[in-house]
Design a protein around this ligand. Sequence first.
Ligand code: AP5
Length: 224
Amino acid sequence: MPKNEKKAIKLIFLGAPGAGKGTQAELTAKKYNIPTISTGAMLREAIAAGTELGKTAAGYVESGALVPDDIIVGIMRDRILQPDCENGFILDGFPRTIAQAVALGESGTEISVVIDIEVPDEKIIDRMSGRCVCADCGATYHLVYNPTGDGVHCDKCGGELILRRDDDPVVVARRLKTYHTETEPLVGYYEGRGTLSRVDGDGKVEDITAKIFEVIDGYIAAEN
Ligand code: AP5
């Protein structure tokens, strides 16, 4: 790397469903001027558009299961090669299995930091039961913790607020179970590679953001 050239910041946000990955990814993307790549958002868009990917993914997403690794790895491989990822990116919701993490490593992508946002299960259920999202731009809110100005429309684009189909309590319970069996082992996987930072995700959004920025700034200071 030439002297004055800054190293790209390639981040993974790990954490249970509802831990706040999307909320924190949005704030982090703004601050460091890098895109957020959310596999969940990509799948929801494909489902809404009725594409082949959407038709295949719908059953898995709506039941709280994971979409098969080969499908996800294929779409991610293409996405991180796009020009907007040149200075780095935030992966929100990927990888979610050891097989996905191995595929990411084999693609030659060198991850800077993996941030594990830790929230106890009982808090997760509380957060998911009040989540609402904009039907048009996908922005996320919470009826109690992060309400919009008028409670029915998105503050960013004025779109209508809706509930996510997979936030049904039965599906949330399944998603949490899937997280503990399939995704949580990634904490140990990245810890073993020396890239994991744990952040307590139980608290005010802005306090958690400050802790995440501290981790990223520490990485940047060490690398540049
Ligand atoms: P995905 O969309 O990735 O869902 P998830 O990981 O379950 O995460 P969420 O989006 O539900 O939560 P979050 O952590 O982003 O929390 P948020 O910021 O919204 O995936 C959906 C589905 O797609 C999966 O179930 C699977 O089927 C499929 N899929 C996706 N990726 C896949 C992959 N790699 N492989 C296979 N399948 C895949 O916050 C939650 C709520 O809490 C919000 O209302 C928010 O306002 C509120 N909140 C946030 N922070 C705080 C705080 N500090 N205090 C109080 N409230 C807060």
